[in-house]
Design a protein around this ligand. Sequence first.
Ligand code: ADP
Length: 437
Amino acid sequence: MNSKWMTELWRAGGLLLTVLIVGWFFGHTLLFLLLGAIVYLAWHVFNLVRLERWLRYGEKSDPPASTGLWGDVFNEIYRLEMRSRKQQRKLARTLNRFEEAAAALPDGIVVLSTNGIIEWFNTAARDMLGLRSPQDIGQRVANLLRHPDFIELLSSGGPTGTIELPSPVNGEIMLTAQIVPYGREQHLLVTRDITRVRHLEQVRRDFVANVSHELRTPLTVLNGYLETLNESREECPKSWVRSLQLMRQQAKRMQRLVNDLLMLSRLELDNKTHHQTLIEVPGMLAAIVQEARALSGERKHRIHLEATPGLQLYGNHDELRSAFSNLVYNAVQYTPAGGEIHVRWFSDDRGLHLQVEDTGEGIAPQHIPRLTERFYRVDSARSRESGGTGLGLAIVKHVLSRHGAHLRIQSELGKGSIFTCDFPEQAVTRAPGATGA
Ligand code: ADP
C-alpha cells in the first residue's frame, strides 16, 4: 500500500480514536462518533469541490495546496494535464510542419471530405484553381470546378487515373488533376501545372510535322527522277546500275519514313477521332491480305483470312486500314518463307477482335513492352533491311487508342507471334442478316 494511503488511514484512525476518547469522556460516544464522521466527510466534500472548481476554472493555474491523499490526487491530475499539454504542443508543431510542407509543395493539394467538401488546400491549389480561403472551405469542390471531365473524375470516386483540364483562372495554363482516396471516405485532389511540358511536346510535334512536310516534296522529286532513270537504265553505264538501285531503295525508305512520321503527327494533332463511318472490316481485310500476298511474292507465305461476315465497326477508315495493314505486313516481314499467317476478325462477349497470328521468328519477352515505342526495333539492321521504319506499331497503338481499343502482343521466340486488337463492345455492329462467328 502506498504511503499516502497509510497517512490517510492514520489520519482517519487518529480522528476516530480522538472522538471515541472525547465522547467517552463526555459520556456521548455515539454522538461524537457521528460528529467526527460528519467532519471527515465534510473535509472530503470540501476537497472534491476544490478539485471540481480547479478543473473547471483553474485551467493553467497550479493545483490547490493539499496534503495526504487529496494532495496526491491534485498533483497526479496536474502532472497528467501537463503531459497532455506537452503532447498537444508537440502534435500541433508536427501538424504545422506538415501543413507548411504541404503548403510549399509545387503541386496543388486539396483535402476533400465526404461528398467532395473542401477541408483544406495549399497555396499552389489556390493559384491553379482560383480557390479562396476561407470562403471556399466547406464548399463542394464540384460547385467550384465545373469542367465535365473533372465532374466525371470526381463521381468515379476512386483512383481512376489523371485528367487534363485548363486552369479556371487562366485558360492558357494546362493542369492535370488526380483524385487519391485515403483514410475514411477522404480524398486528395492533386493538380499539377503541365503547361511547359505540353508546350515542349507541341514544339516537338510541330518540328517533326514541319520537317516531314518539308522533306516530302524534295523526296517526291528525287523519287520521280530515280524512277525515270530506272526506266532507262539500259542507257546508263553498267557501273551505275547497282548505285541506282540502292538510291531508289533508300529514297523509297525515306519516303515511307516521312509518310509514317506525317501519319503519326496527324494522329497526335487531333486526339479525338470521329467514329461516324461504319467500316466493312471483312472487305478491308480481304484487300489487305491480297496486298500481303503480293508482298510475300517468292516467299510464298500461306495467308488465311477468317473474318466473320458482316461484322462491322464504327471508326476511321484510313486509320484502321493503316493499323491493320501494318500488323499483317509485319507478319509477312518477320515470318520466314513458306510460313503460315492467320488473319482473324471475330466478336465474343468481351468485344471485337482483329488478330494476326504468324509462325515467324517470335519476339523475346523483354522486347514486348517496348515494341510500340517509336523506332524501337528488336533487330534494327534487320528491320531497316526489310524496309521497316520502326514506326508501324507506334501508329497501330495510336490508332487503336483513338478507337478505345488496345493492342495485345503474345509471342514465343522461334515459334511465332499473335498481335490482337481488342475493340470495346460498344463499337460493334453487325450488318443486317449477318451471322456471328
Ligand atoms: P518495323 O518497321 O521495324 O517493322 P514496327 O513498329 O512495325 O517497326 O515493329 C517494331 C519491331 O517489332 C520490329 O522491328 C520487329 O523487331 C518487331 N515485330 C513486329 N512485328 C513482328 C512480328 N510479327 N514478328 C516478329 N517481330 C515483330
